[in-house]
Design a protein around this ligand. Structure first.
Ligand code: NOJ
Length: 586
């Protein structure tokens, strides 16, 4: 087991320069111990199928991850989170689990997992694995048993089976829609060939929702948690944590439509996992918190500060913070932060709200800009306004990002994020500045969103393309055969890790510098003091001995005194150019 990261509370100062004064403090208290690793960790998301492919079949795997762990140590992250690698028919890239206690042959074996975990721990990297408790795969033995059992049987009680509406029961039991498009119900065929009951699936038809009102389900998941904890994992990322409990009676629900806009083009943001409209009977229900209290106790049976991180798309941060009260999960993703546009007022507000809300329950705030479900931030920030989440971009999308602007802002946004107190999540490839791949051919797409909406929504394949390790060689070093489950763009040669590693101006070099300075200066354990007086379109704060200044305006900004520690772009003398963030030391 690795030694926990030692943290210290950095002193705060009252002013950054003669022209800029600190005006407010958002305190983050840590009453229950300063040293748990997850309070300050930078956690790198490995998306196994696209990270590194050891056997050359075109899909990344556990041996591939093991072989490349030293690169993540060099990068300077503290932990990795692995998206699912358990047995699965892969209808939703592994988020459809058919056996929670085994590794899918696509990714290797349990022995490969143990080797990966041991190697990570030897390198000082913690490992979090993904747990998918809202639904199983329709290939799971529990669901197969439910299909083979009679209506009203115990086996059916583990899921949501209901009679259909209408004279012949041929209408779904309620009007809920799947996050991936289409109805959230599928009708089964009985063993004798007659049409049967319907089952609920908030996601794909191959992902039946488990019934968390059934204590049997609770017992199964306690066992699954212990299975992985016994193997030595440091924690779990909890998939769809806000969706596990549904309102009894499963009432109809009609969400209010709301409008968004992107680059001036008006688009309707349809209800999806990133929306949490008030009153949705399947998101953010109070009963879910009981489950996390139960799991908190399971983790407490083990030493070594094991942690739960919830994927809960709820807002505002005050509601999100309910998931990390002292007897629940340790962390939750801060999607309000991810969804905040590149705008000084909006960033100021979300940072304040987050530090206050999480601070009130004694939890660290987390920060995140990209993951496997959203448009990569190097592309997202290349639009003039916020982009729809989870709908993806493709050749026929009527607007194109400005790629140069997007990367510039992405570097500035990460430079800002990694100076914030708390824990931060990175998504594989963002350290190379990878953009979303927009021009994937239709024939290559695999996201169920694409199929369930008949191509209306492109979905998430564009952020999941296998990452480049070397400029030369087949599939840019992803493997030795050149096979790749999604095609990689030719432009990625210049973004390969081996190219960026030798370029001091590269995005990789920027990330390495940020992570090493963040650790050396204990920024994760620090406190934030806003710095005012630098203009309305500037976000500026002090954390310990570092002053962070981000220029989101239209003109460069004169810099106060201080030595430059790191800057997301070259400075113009003592001027901070637009869309640039700098860290200064005093
Ligand atoms: C959230 C996961 O991040 C996403 O990839 C998946 O499709 C859904 N949950 C369903 O499990």
């Amino acid at each position: 087991m690795t030694t926990p990261i030692t943290s210290s509370t950095a002193p705060s100062s009252t002013d950054a320069s003669s022209s800029a004064t600190a005006t407010s403090t958002a305190a983050q208290s840590h009453p229950s111990g300063e040293k748990e690793w997850w309070r300050t960790a930078v956690i790198y998301q490995v998306y196994p199928r696209s990270f590194a492919d050891g056997n050359g079949d075109g899909v990344g795997d556990l041996p591939g991850i093991t072989a490349h762990l030293p690169a993540l140590r060099t990068l300077g992250v503290d932990a990795i989170w692995l998206s699912p690698f358990m047995t699965s028919p892969q209808r939703d890239a592994g988020y459809d689990v058919a056996d929670y206690r085994d590794v899918d042959p696509l990714f290797g074996t349990l022995d490969d997992f143990d080797r990966m975990l041991a190697t990570a721990h030897e390198l000082g990297l913690r490992v979090i694995v993904d747990l998918v408790p809202n639904h199983t795969s329709s290939e799971h033995a529990w669901f197969k048993a439910a299909l083979a059992s009679a209506e009203g049987s115990e086996a059916r009680e583990h899921y949501y089976f209901r009679d259909g509406k209408g004279e012949n029961g041929d209408l779904p039991p309620n009007n809920w829609e799947s996050v991936f498009g289409g109805p959230a119900w599928t009708r089964i065929t009985n063993p004798d060939g007659t049409p049967g009951q319907w089952y609920l699936h908030l996601f794909d038809t191959s992902q039946p929702d488990l019934n968390w009102a059934d204590q049997w389900v609770w017992e199964q998941f306690r066992g699954i948690l212990r299975f992985w904890l016994d193997r030595g994992v440091d924690g779990f990322r909890i998939d769809v944590a806000h969706g596990m409990v549904k309102v009894a009676g499963l009432p109809d629900y009609t969400p209010a439509e709301h409008e968004g806009s992107l680059s001036g083009a008006s688009v309707t943001l349809e209800p999806d996992i990133s929306d949490e409209p008030p009153g949705a009977p399947f998101w953010g229900q109070e009963g879910g918190h009981e489950i996390f209290r139960d799991w908190h106790n399971v983790l407490a049976e083990y030493d070594g500060d094991r942690a739960l991180c919830g994927e809960a798309w709820v807002s505002p941060p005050a509601k999100l913070a309910r998931y990390v009260r002292p007897d629940e999960m340790q962390q939750t993703f801060n999607f309000s932060y991810l969804e905040t546009p590149w705008n000084a007022d909006a960033l100021h507000k979300v940072i304040d709200d987050s530090l206050e809300a999480f601070g009130e329950v004694g939890a660290p705030s987390t920060w995140v800009l990209s993951n496997h479900d959203v448009v990569r931030h190097a592309t997202r920030l290349g639009f003039s306004e916020e982009s729809p989440q989870g709908h993806g971009l493709g050749p026929k999308t009527p607007f194109r990002p400005d790629a140069v602007l997007g990367l510039r802002r992405a570097r500035a946004a990460t430079t800002l994020m990694l100076a914030l107190p708390g824990s931060a999540y990175l998504y594989q490839g963002e350290e190379l500045g990878l953009p979303e791949v927009i021009d994937l051919p239709d024939s290559a797409r695999q996201d169920p969103t694409w199929f369930r909406t008949n191509g209306e929504r492109y979905g998430r394949d564009g952020c999941r393309v296998p990452i480049p390790w070397t400029a030369d060689g087949p599939s840019y070093g992803f493997n030795e055969t050149g096979a790749s489950w999604l095609p990689q763009p030719a432009e990625w040669a210049k973004l390969a890790r081996d190219v960026e590693a030798t370029d001091p101006q590269s995005t990789l070099s920027l990330y390495e510098r940020l992570l090493s300075e963040r650790e050396a200066r204990s920024l994760g354990a620090g406190t934030l003091d806003w710095v005012d007086g630098l203009g309305d379109e500037v976000v500026a704060f002090r954390n310990g001995d570092v002053t962070v200044i981000a220029n989101l305006g239209q003109a460069s900004v004169p810099l106060p005194d201080g030595d430059v520690i790191v800057s997301s772009e070259p400075l113009e003398g003592r001027e901070l150019p637009v869309d640039t963030t700098v860290w200064l030391a005093f």
